[in-house]
Design a binder for this molecule. Structure first.
Ligand code: ZN
Length: 141
């Protein structure tokens, strides 16, 4: 399986509705809008104490922004907020093309595949959209 194929497969896996659902009494809601592509995705999070209890999203976006958001929500559920802050930092370092260790990259799980889009000007806004929303939310904590 080449990288392109793996990329397509991962994107496909995350473009189903199992990641999109209603969260009752969310603590944080942050809308992300990518004008160049038309992605309009709102991140919905529920925190309790030091933890992110649940994460989901609403809205519509292209395959890449939707997959990226689904990956994001799946890796931050039931994680400590401080740890998630670290994940966001690692993600943006990766997307900027800065050198990060394999161990750190592995923490991103499937989202590490989004690195492929870092050199695609038309796509990088799609893959980073909800990560920006998450960053805004985490600044409150
Ligand atoms: Zn897009």
């Amino acid at each position: 399986m080449n990288l392109e194929k793996l990329y397509q497969q991962t994107i496909m896996d995350y473009n189903n509705n199992e990641f999109k659902y209603d969260i009752k009494d969310p603590t944080d809601v942050e809308r992300g809008h990518n004008h160049s592509c038309g992605d309009d995705l709102t991140l919905v999070i529920k925190t309790k104490g030091e933890y992110i209890l649940d994460a989901s999203f609403i809205g519509t976006g292209c395959a890449i922004s939707t997959a990226s958001t689904a990956m994001l929500t799946s890796i931050i559920k039931n994680k400590k907020i401080e740890y998630v802050k670290e994940l966001v930092e690692i993600f943006f370092e990766m997307m900027k093309g800065n050198a990060i260790s394999e161990d750190k990259k592995n923490l991103l799980e499937d989202a590490a595949i989004l690195e492929i889009t870092k050199d695609m000007p038309a796509r990088i806004k799609c893959s980073t959209l909800s990560w920006h929303s998450l960053k805004i939310i985490l600044e409150k904590y």
